[in-house]
Write a protein that binds this ligand. Sequence first.
Ligand code: CP3
Length: 372
Amino acid sequence: MAGNHNRPMFAPLRNDTFLRACLRQPTTHTPMWLMRQAGRYLPEYRATRVKAGNSFMGLATNVPYATEVTLQPLERYALDAAILFSDILTVPDAMGLGLSFGAGEGPKFAHPVRDEAAVAALQVPDLDKLRYVFDAVTSIRRALDGRVPLIGFSGSPWTLACYMVEGGGSDDYRLVKSMLYGRPDLMHRILDVNARAVTAYLNAQVDAGAQALMVFDSWGGVLADGAFQRFSLDYTRRVVAGLQRHKDGQRIPVIVFTKGGGPWLPEIADCGADVVGLDWTVNLGRARAAVGAKVALQGNLDPAVLFAPPEAVAREAVAVLDSFGPPQRADGGWDGHVFNLGHGISQHTPPEHVTALVEAVHAHSRRLRNPG
Ligand code: CP3
């Protein structure tokens, strides 16, 4: 009994560079991973997807397949973190909105939330409906066997609300913004339910084995100044405040990524997150000077760089690392940089270009720490 109690459930971590950078601790190189690193640009992903009935949800709800595709990019590339293979839209699906992904199209909800009755009916889902996600987290953590840490994630309350009200993707956010300005009471009720759901969902991922968490506020940047703070950031802050931050003696870093959030960087850096994700419009050096003493930064190569030849990819990666600069400060302390893209990798990316990117980031970031 006693021996069992003391035996760790998972293998010890062999590469903690990602967690160290998130916590602004010294690192030998700049850790990197890629948003959407498991996906259609990889032929092995497309093959597994076919086995899963050629459907995204077929992959995401099948624990062995979700485990397999999460590990695929790590077999090819020396990435420093794994991210759970799932989607932000699993939460509204569990609320009963009826998620589907049409062939070659974006996501669709059969029952979007557009009127007072639908808003009133909305509830925090029974987490048992998301059991497949937590089972995938545990399975992936076991399969990683301590190789690199596993990141769990969720959409932000606002980004989920965009999909829930629009019923899918949108060019102009007409429906969700109509509600925001016309019936802010309804919008706040959706965001309140989402914040409670997301907090419980992320904490359950930590219980299942996630070692870091990321909140994707992909559509925060479409909001007006003022609206962003009230309808996106306030709810993200509430989520972050409700998260379990320690597990088995380890800090669980939280990353908040607001695409288009550059104008609000100081406010986002105050939301309680350990790391702020940046898109490619932000200058990393200026961001570091503004908030680098408070949070680590993650980003921010333009994903379109990966369409260019490997030499150009390497050059642009060096430019991103140089814009952050050597993470050790003149006073001897360390700031944190996690290299990533400024948004998800495109399905049209040639996989060999990613090889060039990973090599350039690791090699140049070592040179940055040992000049001369
Ligand atoms: O980063 C990873 O590798 C983990 C997996 C992951 C997926 N989606 C898998 C996925 C993550 C973290 C997401 C997050 C997600 N999903 C976001 C936030 C990040 C961002 O990109 O802004 C959003 C907005 C979504 C919603 C979503 N899911 C859309 C709009 C689409 C269709 C568009 C597309 O890229 O295909 C999806 C489907 C989806 N989610 C795919 C993958 C690999 C493609 C699925 C397929 O195989 O058809």
